[in-house]
Design a binder for this molecule. Structure first.
Ligand SMILES: [Zn+2]
Length: 281
């Protein structure tokens, strides 16, 4: 399992599903002649992706960032999105592999409520998968998920979140949420109404979980914005600000959808940025 240390936090890349989305949609305005040099492409024009939740432990708290896509999918979606949970690609299996029981998870941070991020918030019996955890998400994402309008309906499933709220386990915030000292969620928007970054800071070191602001290592270049993003101009602003900060300050970067290299750093000069994988990752 791929692990790194950030101040007092031990950060481990877990495994949820492998899946695939349309390559054109993943790269927005970038022409295929450019993006097909960066990634394998399946016969149906999809590209391989993963869902990678991260485990953060400091001896006191046990945090899961993004529960994952989960197993509650009918055959139609399973086939369309190439959803594959075999070979340990399952949140609970990969937690078990590092010796963490679901009851021990104290916090589950959900950057936004799209189905590929919180499909595993509840288990196959429909109840929250972490019975003792505080589940955190922006209020704007909670609202979009519980009552999605026509434009948002394809991206949210109410049943992923409703049992968490009904069980009294949902914690929401607007703007910035301080989950614990050194662990905060910053609502940035762009990709979705309230997509947020998770920032870990301790002892002069920092890490950022990028959610869909930077989904894979091939999305570090500033104009590489997904066609799924609700507000591309806002995404460009957010990415310009935060990618620069992460590169300047040498933050550890945690990527959710990259199938091969979930942990690394951004390097660049203010205009152009690239990805540097963590050698031990
Ligand atoms: Zn996503």
């Amino acid at each position: 399992m791929r692990t790194t240390q950030v101040g007092r936090f031990q950060v481990t890349a877990l495994r949820d599903a492998r899946f695939a989305l349309d390559g054109g949609a993943m790269f927005g305005v970038v022409p295929r002649v450019l993006w097909e040099q960066l990634t394998p492409v399946n016969d149906d024009h999809t590209i391989p992706l993963s869902t990678t939740p991260f485990l953060v432990q400091d001896g006191t708290c046990t945090i899961v960032i993004e529960p994952g896509l989960g197993r509650r999918w009918p055959d139609k979606q399973r086939a369309m999105f190439h959803i594959d949970s075999s070979g340990g690609h399952d949140l609970l299996d990969s937690l078990h592999a590092v010796g963490v029981a679901p009851e021990e998870v104290t916090h589950c941070l959900m950057t936004h409520c799209h189905w590929d991020h919180i499909g595993a918030a509840c288990g196959e019996d429909g109840t929250p998968i972490f019975p003792s955890a505080e589940y955190w998400t922006p209020q704007s994402e909670r609202d979009a998920c519980m009552n999605p309008d026509h434009l948002r309906r394809a991206s949210y499933r109410r049943e992923d979140l409703a049992p968490v709220e009904e069980g009294g386990q949902l914690y929401t915030f607007a703007g910035e949420g301080e989950v614990l000292p050194g662990v905060r969620m910053v609502e940035v928007g762009g990709h979705s109404d309230g997509v947020s970054l998770v920032i870990l800071e301790d002892n002069g070191q920092a890490a950022c979980f990028w959610a869909d602001v930077v989904p894979t290592r091939n999305h570090v270049n500033l104009p590489f914005i997904m066609a799924y993003d609700m507000n591309a101009e806002k995404s460009f602003e957010v990415r310009s600000e935060w990618i620069a900060r992460a590169a300047d300050e040498g933050w550890t970067c945690l990527l959710y959808h990259d199938p091969d290299e979930p942990i690394g750093r951004f390097v660049g000069d203010g205009r152009k940025y690239a990805w540097e994988a963590l050698s031990s990752a």
